[in-house]
Write a protein that binds this ligand. Structure first.
Ligand code: IDC
Length: 331
């Protein structure tokens, strides 16, 4: 009898804790509804009320190489201690272990999905970055890009916090004849599923030729155009390119930047870094810092002898890490 009673209460408990009848619709996944959708307004991003939004955050290194930094506590540290509102998930295409060069696609996609899920739970924007690099012509893996973004945009159509970056850094690829047609093809795949997410399109010469886009923008309201800088290599003449593009009405998005030279190494140029941060602020531009790892290179945000995967103290940040944290916090 006692046993029967016990099992009755147990079933009652299970029924109640399962949330009632099985036909009830499950609760919507976590907090994505709470993250305002972004759109392009003039040369910046804005929320649905029309307030300007700057995304300021951090890019992972290659997901295949530093997968352990894709963890919720790491992203929480970026949000709570660095004041970041976005993370970028860098999925290399052609380098060793890349998505189109022998990498394990399921493992890589799982990292993207995990990254988006952590960002969503924390209320952060997440950029899914198709990180072309040595494959300078974005058409090299165009079919794979179309399939990948079709899959991602189906999956994340309802996520107001996901942005798609469709070609990190094209090279030797004129805007008009190569990048623009590539972007039109990939955009068509995305728009079939997700009509209004913000899409970031790389520009020629490692995402520096933003001026080329003026007068020849894509026929899509929610596209921004990537500009990347490395402060020790790119100085006044490159800042001028950004100013020219913005003055011509191009919405520029700094989806990657570093404070050292363009190899990701060498010394940090603090004076040039300050100039860049001033310009980004003046023009309300978003920026994402390269990169979240402890590799022994100047651009790594964590010191090489620090193995922690979250909760870094200021002493555990590299000089790049400290300066970017200050810039993200707007100190
Ligand atoms: C670099 C990494 C380095 C890695 C290399 C791969 O910092 O550890 O070995 O890629 O080829 C970019 C690229 C970005 C580069 C970075 C620094 O988008 O992938 O990362 N950089 O060279 N554009 C300008 C600089």
């Amino acid at each position: 009898m006692a046993q029967k009673l016990l099992s009755f209460f147990l079933s009652l408990f299970l029924l109640l804790s399962a949330g009632g009848s099985p036909s009830e619709t499950p609760a919507p996944p976590s907090s994505e509804g709470g993250i305002p959708a972004l759109h392009v307004a003039g040369t910046t991003l804005a929320d649905p009320q029309g307030n300007t939004v700057r995304l300021r955050g951090v890019s992972t290194h290659g997901l295949a190489w530093f997968p352990d930094y894709v963890n919720k506590e790491a992203f929480r540290t970026l949000k709570e201690d660095w004041g970041a509102n976005a993370v970028r998930l860098a999925l290399y295409t052609a380098e060793y272990g890349g998505y189109c060069s022998g990498g394990d696609r399921e493992t890589l996609k799982k990292l993207v999905d995990d990254g988006v899920a952590y960002a969503t739970d924390l209320g952060l924007y997440a950029i899914i970055d198709w990180h072309i690099l040595s494959d300078g012509d974005p058409r090299t893996y165009q079919d794979e890009a179309v399939r990948f973004f079709d899959e991602m945009s189906r999956k994340y159509a309802d996520h107001t916090n996901v942005l798609y970056e469709i070609c990190n850094e094209p090279q030797n690829s004129p805007w008009q004849t190569v990048i623009k047609p590539y972007a039109e093809t990939v955009l068509a795949a995305i728009r079939a599923n997700d009509p209004d997410a913000v899409v970031i399109v790389g520009t020629n010469t490692w995402s520096q030729d933003v001026e080329e886009v003026a007068g020849s923008r894509l026929d899509d309201e929610n596209v921004v155009y990537a500009f990347h800088f490395y402060a020790a290599t790119h100085k006044e003449s490159y800042r001028q390119k950004v100013k020219n593009a913005v003055a011509a009405g191009v919405p520029v998005f700094v989806s990657e930047c570093g404070l050292c030279d363009a190899s990701g190494n060498g010394g940090v140029d603090e004076a040039s870094a300050r100039e860049w941060f001033n310009l980004l602020k003046e023009e309300d531009l978003s920026f994402m810092a390269w990169s979240l790892c402890n590799k022994n290179e100047t651009s790594a945000l964590i010191k090489p002898d620090c193995a922690k995967l979250s909760g870094w103290t200021q002493e555990e940040l590299s000089l790049s890490g400290k300066l970017f944290r200050d810039a993200i916090l707007e100190k």
